[in-house]
Design a binder for this molecule. Sequence first.
Ligand SMILES: *Cc1c(COP(=O)(O)O)cnc(C)c1O
Length: 408
Amino acid sequence: MSRVAEGWTQRCVGCGKVYGDDVRSYVCAKCSNLLELVKDSPVSKTGLYGESTQPGIWRYRKALPIEPDVKAVSLSEGHTPLVLVSRIGAKFGLKGLHVKNEGQNPSGSFKDRGMTVAVTRAVQGGSKLLICASTGNTAASMAAYAARAGVTAMVTVPAGKVASGKLAQVYAYGAKIIRVEGDFDAALAITLKVAGEIKELSVMNSVNPYRIEGQKTNAYEIYEQLGFKVPDYIVLPVGNAGNISAIWKGFKELKEWGISSSLPKMVAVQAAGAQPIVEAIQHGRDSVVAVQPKTIASAINIGNPASWKKALAAIRDSKGTALAVTDEETIAARMDLASSEGIFVEPASAVPIAAVKKLMGKIERDATVVCICTGNGLKDQESVKVHLDSTPLIASPEQMVSLLAKTA
Ligand SMILES: *Cc1c(COP(=O)(O)O)cnc(C)c1O
């Protein structure tokens, strides 16, 4: 296994044990907790933002645990739009509601931020066969980057539970698809077990700490896009809980490195049918009790989140909160965001909007709120009913004119 890059320490988030080499299983041999990569010395503001003109996450190379001479496997990920959504904000009584539109990434979700780093690292170490368990987007992203790198991708997905747009991507990018009976948690458990025994397989799930490092760049971008200002709230969907851990790490680094002077409150949103993190927060528990997940928001249809420990810390340390929204609220929020702002997201990405609506009156009117809208709406068309049969069908200009007369 490759040595951890110079200037970086890899350690266990539970007992703090330090690992000088990449760890194949990504867990601590002593206490089974996940590992994290920590930069030993601060990066300056000009070091982080100033020197590179390259757009996207590799611009932040000084804050990534990849040696400077290694060629990145990149599709120009990151630099996604931060959009002030005033019309929907006004409905919720908020002046500063923003959407970070992560659906604009190369494969259509934020997963690309972490995947470019994890695949770069795996290929650097000589991996030829990448594997992940996925509710769809991790698979689509990994398959894209594997294609870019010229290596083989193999994905395990819960049978019958992945949006068709995501599967179409995985297939087109040329990955091998294995369906697993059960839900995502079963697919992940099988994948980690088999990868533990077959050393040719490199796991690209978010237990891989290099994923987290790429995903944290979202915090750097948001800070810059707000005019070097930390938002008051980050509201985001939580499934396996890698992203909340990553974005929180990014904001903490900005503060620890003396670049920013405050931290956002992290608001974790889950679906009512898959809310183990919300329950742990609401009952003040120190760990998460796994549940049987059931939600149409397939990207967060996860009952046993791998990064639960990091997520609980992010919510508690930031004085944030966690709440659940129903599938009905999610669908309504998705339609509302699309029809009032022109931003079409997949169901999981609409849960932060539904949550902000639910928190109406609790968030200060002047607060800067950033909803992380994690994935593109085109990926998941199943849950939007297109009522084509009830739309007019014409064959002549006259018919169109008479229709227009009726609508005018
Ligand atoms: C992966 C994913 C999530 C959940 O992110 P976690 O890091 O697993 O918490 C949310 N939304 C979309 C669209 C995703 O692809």
